[in-house]
Design a protein. Structure first.
Length: 187
């Protein structure tokens, strides 16, 4: 794989994490830099690990991972997105975000949900002559940068649009999960 191909793959695998981090950040009143870094690190690490897991699974038993990856991604993103949307509808503009939305469990579930496609890519890379470690590091770094940037960008969105940004973000995560599911079911 050429460096350009690796970079394009890394950015492509990071876009859904960027969208999820903008949605997550919008649910905060004004996410702090520390929270943006935390989100970027969690998304980046998870997104770097999943192609390695996928590659390993591809080497061992690719047919089993490819048959369920889209359902896992859809379920995780739909649950997290549905929860975000419901929280947005149920709280007033003045209310700060629930501490549950800031929990590590919700962050991890979102990161895993957005990285399932990277696992599927890892499966396909098992059949090519690539250095999976370099690819995984590139994906992890791109995801870290885009997720951190997405959280910081949401600082502009969150205060202006409040709970509606959280509702739209939750619906966006559900849409992302649905898109992954439809893409895999119709491919």
């Amino acid at each position: 794989m050429s460096p350009f191909t690796i970079a394009a793959l890394a950015v492509g695998m990071s876009i859904d994490a960027f969208v999820a981090s903008v949605s997550r950040g919008a649910s905060f009143k004004r996410p702090r830099f520390k929270e943006a870094m935390r989100t970027g690190i969690v998304f980046g690490v998870v997104e770097a690990i999943t192609p390695l897991i996928g590659w390993l699974a591809g080497v061992v038993a690719s047919q089993y991972v490819q048959t369920v990856d889209h359902w896992i991604a859809f379920t995780l993103l739909a649950v997290v997105g549905g929860r975000m949307a419901m929280e947005g509808f149920s709280r007033s503009e003045e209310e700060s975000s629930s501490s549950d939305n800031r929990s590590l469990i919700v962050l991890m579930a979102t990161a895993i949900g957005t990285s399932i496609d990277a696992m599927a890519v890892g499966v396909s890379l098992a059949f090519l002559d690539v250095n999976i470690v370099i690819v995984a590091i590139a994906i992890g770094f791109a995801t870290f940068a885009m997720s951190t940037g997405g959280m910081l960008l949401s600082r502009l969105i969150g205060p202006r649009f409040g709970k509606w940004a959280e509702v739209v973000g939750g619906i966006g995560l559900i849409g992302l999960g649905t898109s992954i599911l439809v893409d895999h079911l119709t491919a």
